[in-house]
Write a protein that binds this ligand. Structure first.
Ligand code: CUA
Length: 149
């Protein structure tokens, strides 16, 4: 009888240990690796750029830092699709474009990647803004997207 009690105490403790491990794994290790991001250890080699890789398809690389986007103005001719690659140099920033579904959280020293299918009737100038509080100059962190057709 006593042996059976010991057996069940061991089983319960083993499950408790497993749950605590999974909790710690999910919250510490899992949380520090953002989804849909690429590790980018060499921040210095990341060059901001706007590049048309095929007709209507752009790759736009943006650096986000306290308190600016580089480039601050992105001008696109007749875009169909935009591949955004956004790198934060310092703290958590946001990269959002008004009136669109572009809304990224950018983790320090990671590249956030988003493929945006541009609505074909969209043209004009749109505000790009940081929507994560990133310090005392947060409200000055913005840029513009200009779409010409
Ligand atoms: Cu960057 Cu707020």
């Amino acid at each position: 009888m006593e042996k059976l009690e010991v057996f069940f105490v061991v089983v319960v403790l083993a499950f408790l240990g497993l749950f605590l491990y999974l909790l710690a794994y999910g919250n510490v290790i899992g949380y520090t690796t953002p989804a849909a991001c690429a590790i980018f250890p060499e921040v210095e080699t990341f060059k901001p750029s706007v590049e048309e890789i095929e007709p209507g398809v752009y790759r736009v690389k943006v650096v986000a830092a306290q308190y600016y986007f580089l480039p601050a103005e992105i001008k696109l001719q007749n875009p169909k699709r935009v591949i955004f690659e956004i790198l934060s140099k310092d703290v958590v920033h946001g990269f959002a474009i008004e009136g669109t579904n572009v809304n990224l959280m950018v983790f320090p020293r990671y590249v956030a990647i988003f493929v945006w299918e541009v609505p074909q009737d969209m043209k004009g100038t749109f505000l790009i803004y940081c929507n994560e509080y990133c310090g005392t100059g947060h409200q000055t962190m913005y840029g513009h997207l200009i779409i010409e057709r």
